[in-house]
Design a protein around this ligand. Structure first.
Ligand SMILES: Cc1cc2nc3c(=O)[nH]c(=O)nc-3n(C[C@H](O)[C@H](O)[C@H](O)COP(=O)(O)OP(=O)(O)OC[C@H]3O[C@@H](n4cnc5c(N)ncnc54)[C@H](O)[C@@H]3O)c2cc1C
Length: 419
């Protein structure tokens, strides 16, 4: 059987595509393949007390169809949680609740193969038609005319810190910390929102020593100016996409702090207050290593020694911990040439078009090829370098992007029928 569209991954980006297909009257045959056994959202980081960073109404569909049954408010209503939610009066909902909402929406689609990772993608000629061939961990093979690639971004793990079992990325936080010994010692690298959230959570877990290591002077406040946040408006994508890669990079430097290397005021204030209270109690559990980088590490006798250096004074020091957590974020696909492409797409680096080291992605999220003859490949949630800050690590534009992708898929579908 040939599918008209194969979705790789069924996280928020492709769930939004499934909704847009249903509500936009897409009549092609689509299938989604997801490696987890249900539609989960960042389940390793559902920390007690942590809230989401987007207005909950900017969910999987509401901005493009406020009447949709897949909106967050309808989820609260049909699951009997609406009044309780309104009554609790939280500015933004808990991440735990939003993860349940995502799972609830995901569970309503039947054309999803869960518990199956895509492990290989190739091109295959079938009776003169060039198709995508997708192979999975369960040895299944799917053929498709369009690929909607939404696996989330590659983890940013500095090469010098790769390979040790005592060094873990935040995306495996729960697994990494569930067996930590009483009074453990943990270091967190980075100064993002996630870094501060991890420090707070480790403090709550009763860790003895918590080392915060970052190259910046301090934890900086996110730029939450309403004017700056207009980078998460669909009009911004049109403006940004029309610029060349050099100008886009200039603009990125200006707006970066709306989402990256910065944290919300509430978590910063809470961490500062905890450090202050510890000091009053004669304890010093959180140690801040500002302007500092990790210049080496040794894994020995069941612990990890980190060698640190102040980036300005060059003064060195070392700390020994049970675990180092990397709050170093994610890599932006399509910015660093072939090396930045997801593993599954590495073989196609010669057939896609590059603007220097930037992947050329069209406004409708299709990758541009050096020749027209290849089947469409959509990058969903991986287009920060071509479409701007809202098109990767954020919910803000997800519903618009899904609508644009499905509109484009529908055009391809009519072209196939007419041919
Ligand atoms: C800790 C944390 C908190 C965040 N909080 C917010 C927030 O509050 N607000 C906000 O706007 N954004 C937030 N983000 C960014 C957020 O994760 C994205 O907005 C959203 O998850 C992107 O959805 P996605 O579907 O593109 O990617 P993902 O959520 O990463 O989903 C990708 C899916 O693809 C699957 N997959 C990967 N590889 C394969 C494969 N080979 N085969 C099959 N399936 C595969 C994965 O299992 C996953 O389900 C947060 C990110 C993190 C890390």
């Amino acid at each position: 059987m040939i599918h008209d569209a194969i979705g790789i991954g069924f996280g928020p980006s492709n769930i939004a595509v499934a909704i847009a297909m249903e509500e936009g009257g897409y009549d092609g045959k689509a299938i989604f393949i997801e490696k987890s056994d249900s539609a989960r959202w960042q389940d390793e980081m559902l920390l007690d007390g942590s809230d989401i960073q987007n207005n909950p109404i900017r969910d999987l569909i509401t901005p493009v169809n406020p009447r949709s049954r897949y909106g967050f408010i309808n989820y609260l209503f049909v699951t009997g949680q609406l009044l309780k939610y309104l009554n609790v009066g939280m500015h933004y909902p808990l991440r735990k609740l939003y993860a349940k909402y995502i799972e609830w929406v995901g569970s309503q689609f039947e054309n999803v193969r869960y518990g199956e990772a895509v492990c290989d993608i190739r091109l295959r000629d079938v009776d003169g038609e060039l198709l995508w061939e997708v192979r999975t961990s369960r040895h299944a093979t799917f053929l498709g005319r369009n690929l909607v690639f939404a696996t989330g971004r590659n983890l940013n793990i500095p090469p010098s810190l790769a390979g040790s079992g005592r060094i873990r990325h935040l995306t495996s936080y729960h697994s990494a910390t569930k067996d930590l010994p009483e009074g453990a010692s943990v270091a967190v690298l980075g100064s993002s929102q996630s870094a501060v959230e991890l420090l707070l959570d480790l403090h709550g877990k009763g860790c003895n020593e918590i080392h915060a290591v970052h190259r910046s002077f301090s934890f900086r406040l996110k730029d939450t100016s309403q004017f700056s946040d207009e980078v998460y408006f669909p009009e911004f994508i049109d403006y940004y996409h029309a610029l060349g890669s050099e100008k886009r990079a200039q603009l990125d430097r200006q707006v970066r702090q709306t989402n990256y290397s910065a944290a919300d005021g509430d978590v910063i204030a809470s961490l500062y207050a905890k450090c202050y209270e510890d000091e009053l109690d004669g304890k010093r559990r959180v140690r801040i290593h500002r302007n500092t980088e990790i210049v080496g590490h040794e894994d020995h006798d069941g612990s990890l020694t980190l060698h640190l250096q102040d980036i300005y004074t060059r003064q060195t020091s070392s700390v020994t911990v049970d675990l180092l957590l990397l709050a170093t974020g994610f890599l932006d696909v399509g910015r660093d040439g072939k090396a930045g492409l997801p593993e599954l797409l590495q073989d196609f680096s010669e057939i896609v078009e590059w603007d220097g080291s930037y992947l050329n992605v069209l406004r409708d999220y299709r990758v541009k090829y050096v020749e027209e003859r290849y089947p469409p490949l959509y990058m969903n949630g991986l287009c920060e370098s071509s479409h701007g800050l809202g098109d990767a690590g954020s919910f803000s534009l997800l519903s618009y992007r899904a609508r644009d992708i499905v509109t484009s898929l529908k055009l391809n579908q009519s072209a196939t029928i007419n041919a």
